[in-house]
Design a binder for this molecule. Sequence first.
Ligand SMILES: Cc1cc2nc3c(=O)[nH]c(=O)nc-3n(C[C@H](O)[C@H](O)[C@H](O)COP(=O)(O)OP(=O)(O)OC[C@H]3O[C@@H](n4cnc5c(N)ncnc54)[C@H](O)[C@@H]3O)c2cc1C
Ligand code: SF4
Ligand code: SF4
Ligand code: SF4
Length: 412
Amino acid sequence: MPEQYTPHTSTRYCRTAERQSEKPLPELYASREQCCGCTACESACPVKAIRMTPDAEGFLYPEVDAALCIGCGKCTKVCAFKPDQQKRAEGGKPDHEPAVYAVRHKDEAIRAASRSGGIFTALSDLFLSEGGAVYGCVLTEDFRAVHVRAEDAAGRDRMRGSKYIQSDLLDCFRQVQADLRAGKKVLFSGTSCQVAGLRSFLGKPDSNLFCVDIVCHGVPSPLVWRRYLAWQTEQHGSRVTAVDFRNKQRFGWRAHVETICFEDGTETDSQIFKTMFYSHSILRPCCYHCPYKSTLHPGDISIADYWGIEKAAPGFSDNKGVSLVLINTEAGQQCFDRVRDALACVQTKLQDSLQPPLIAPFPAPANRTAFWEDFYRMPFADIARKYGRKPFMQRVKAFLRKKLRRMLQKQK
Ligand SMILES: Cc1cc2nc3c(=O)[nH]c(=O)nc-3n(C[C@H](O)[C@H](O)[C@H](O)COP(=O)(O)OP(=O)(O)OC[C@H]3O[C@@H](n4cnc5c(N)ncnc54)[C@H](O)[C@@H]3O)c2cc1C
Ligand code: SF4
Ligand code: SF4
Ligand code: SF4
């Protein structure tokens, strides 16, 4: 890692002195906020002149090899993110409201292994049972989040659980294209910008493609995650063997506590990474300008944790996980109807289901640059101390709330 934080500002090029073509090089994004890293441009380039490479914050951005680029312009045409940002800036509104459901998978083991109510497993089971391919995010052995393809339940099960870092899509867009060309059914799951990028790369609708997008708070930096795990390893003097970004089994669905397991058999529960996530300093810059922060989503179905379930469907939640399901298309409704037998579900009202990421993006925090400058010059222990704990007043308030709750419980 270099000594200093020097973020890049716009499209990166390499080997510019060795250019063969006279055609201009493509401008993929004029500022980092305009690129979500969806890989559509990389996948569309006919001469493989684009490579996704990490920037100073560990997020992947396309880099154009000027020596290979023939200036065909396919990469700029296929980018959905900037036009979608433009539409949002112009006040684009959905032309219809999605149908909304609260969902719990009837199989308790599936629900326990899933982030919310297990809707992803119900939908993907349908595709697997029909010989289709399922795409989603898994954690590798070295704890990187990557997108992979699965054709069986074991492969799909690794996709369960939210990995709160940006996933590397690797070669998935081209694999989806190959599957569709072979006449295979495909379920692709990912963040809204990944789904929009895939649809744009494919270019035309295909009835064999079904997309599920997750309602997305924003994606944290894989580089911060890596340094966090390295620090945890150092602290414990033992190798990390497993992580759970949000340990639902031990703390319940609502809580957000990460658990890290070590080779020596010990475990640690922590909220350091979670606190940095919610401080928003470690989100990808485009997330502060996300065009999908509304009820207008690119998936056939959008899924989320059902925050607000107490009001939307009183008595439905048992703190073991409820999924919010937004049905955006006719195909979405048909697919949902086919998996309903596996689910306990109730139709709810959209206005009772509007958590903040369904309304507007979170703004970049005032201390974002300060965080990254510190990240480059401080040991991680100091970063954890400075940014991995809630501000003092919030901690005092939480302490007082807890005390008050205990007193009230005693009086009952
Ligand atoms: C980065 C991130 C931000 C989120 N923000 C919100 C939020 O603001 N509000 C909210 O209600 N819920 C949020 N979620 C969680 C999302 O709601 C759940 O994925 C959803 O409830 C699925 O429920 P399930 O029970 O079917 O889960 P599971 O079976 O656990 O579903 C897992 C699904 O999540 C996908 N997934 C996991 N990690 C990633 C990743 N890093 N990138 C892309 N896809 C991934 C998998 O491919 C799979 O499709 C977020 C998840 C992630 C990964
Ligand atoms: S296609 Fe995706 S990765 Fe390429 S510039 Fe656009 S948003 Fe970035
Ligand atoms: S202009 Fe064409 S050749 Fe050059 S990077 Fe874009 S897609 Fe590749
Ligand atoms: S917040 Fe928006 S831009 Fe950021 S990863 Fe999620 S869907 Fe993509």
